[in-house]
Design a binder for this molecule. Structure first.
Ligand code: SAM
Ligand code: SF4
Ligand code: SF4
Length: 338
């Protein structure tokens, strides 16, 4: 278990790991967990099916031995997993993990930020799709108010988890007006809003290409009111195209997963809450690592198996997205994590 640096069939190394810690969520965002599908009858995972924190830590160490240096906890809503701060503490002790972050809807962030910071969390990304309650409630579909998300963002910044990245998924006819609202609101605060093209993840959100607001259009909209200019990438593999306001009042990002796919630079593996490894957001089959963890397989053998899985990887779904891929089976975003 010595070499760090397995590459896939397209020469892409394994660098980032997204860990889903629960498939449950207290929101029902219409594009992610629509109520009609994720209702009272929906069978979420049983507790025994979830990887324990010890299992997640063990796997993380093995992923690190393959070259992973960035780990992000997601879900479902990661902050509803009980004692998730204890997991953060365990992962923060792994020295090779230089970047440990959480993606959250921020509903519980105001009360948990301090503890997460103490546990060793570096950064948070908050999802916020509108600044007006009418639109935001229609999207989260549980009547959650914008003000409480903003409180979460402020608290995170206060305790040193900032600057906060704020992710907004833009959907045609639903929240296009939120682009300028969010840009105006966060300009000059140090926080970075990132606009994300609505993606065809899973099969329950009824995605249509017409629903996507292309990145170009988002840039043009902002440009018309607030001059922005492109900035180079922070590092290779960065998915957001960065822009800064010409007057120096901050930065925004655009994630053009649909219109300008970035598969060639995709160094990301995803682990579902029940321990399946996915090599692409659009994969239909996960590799069951939990079975290995629970049947006495050694770290070395699990390391080698992950190396074999990554070595066989040739995913580039977004680059070949077409009418043929539309009908392929895919797992849901809330299962695999964003
Ligand atoms: N519950 C947390 C949250 O909302 O931040 C973490 C999990 S959520 C699945 C992760 C990210 O995926 C969120 O920023 C969400 O907006 C994004 N997302 C979900 N469905 C999406 C879709 N169809 N297209 C683009 N982004 C999506
Ligand atoms: Fe929950 Fe996040 Fe999906 Fe919204 S996007 S339903 S907050 S998991
Ligand atoms: Fe990576 Fe798959 Fe997304 Fe391409 S489609 S960027 S390979 S996760």
């Amino acid at each position: 278990m010595t070499e760090r640096g397995v590459s896939d069939k397209l020469g892409r190394p394994l660098r980032d790991l997204r860990i889903s810690v629960t498939d449950r969520c207290n929101f029902r965002c219409t594009y992610c967990m629509p109520k009609e599908v994720f209702g009272h009858e929906y069978q979420f995972m049983e507790r025994a099916e979830l990887l324990t924190f010890e299992e997640i830590e063990r796997l993380s160490r093995i992923f690190v031995s393959h070259g992973v240096g960035k780990v992000r906890l997601t879900g479902g809503e990661p902050l509803i997993r009980r004692d998730v701060d204890r997991l953060v503490e365990m992962l923060a002790r792994i020295p090779e993990i230089s970047d440990l972050a959480i993606t959250t809807n921020a509903s519980l962030l105001a009360s948990k930020a301090q503890r997460l910071k103490e546990a060793g969390l570096r950064r948070v990304t908050v999802s916020l799709d509108a600044l007006d309650d009418e639109t935001f409630s229609a999207i989260n579909d549980v009547g959650f108010p914008v003000a409480r998300v903003l409180e979460g963002i402020e608290e995170a910044a206060q305790v040193g988890l900032g600057p906060v990245k704020i992710n907004c998924v833009v959907k045609r006819g639903v929240n296009e007006h939120a682009v300028l609202d969010l840009a105006h609101h966060f300009r000059g605060t140090g926080h970075i809003v990132r606009f994300i093209e609505y993606m065809d993840v899973g099969t329950s959100n009824g995605w249509r290409l017409d629903d996507v607001v292309p990145a170009r259009e988002i840039v043009t909209k902002i440009q018309a009111e607030m001059p922005i200019e492109p900035v180079g990438k922070n590092y290779t593999g960065e998915v957001a195209e960065r822009y800064r306001y010409a007057d120096g009042s901050g930065e925004i990002g655009i994630i053009a997963s649909v219109t300008q796919p970035f598969c060639q630079a995709c160094t990301r593996a995803r682990l579902s809450a029940d321990g399946k490894l996915f090599t692409c957001l659009f994969a239909s089959i996960g590799h069951d690592l939990r079975a290995l963890l629970r049947n006495g397989t050694s770290d070395e053998e699990i390391h080698d198996e992950i190396g074999r899985i990554w070595g066989r990887r040739d995913d580039r779904y977004s680059e070949i997205r077409s009418s043929q891929t539309e009908s392929l089976p895919r797992v849901e975003m809330s299962y695999i994590g964003g």
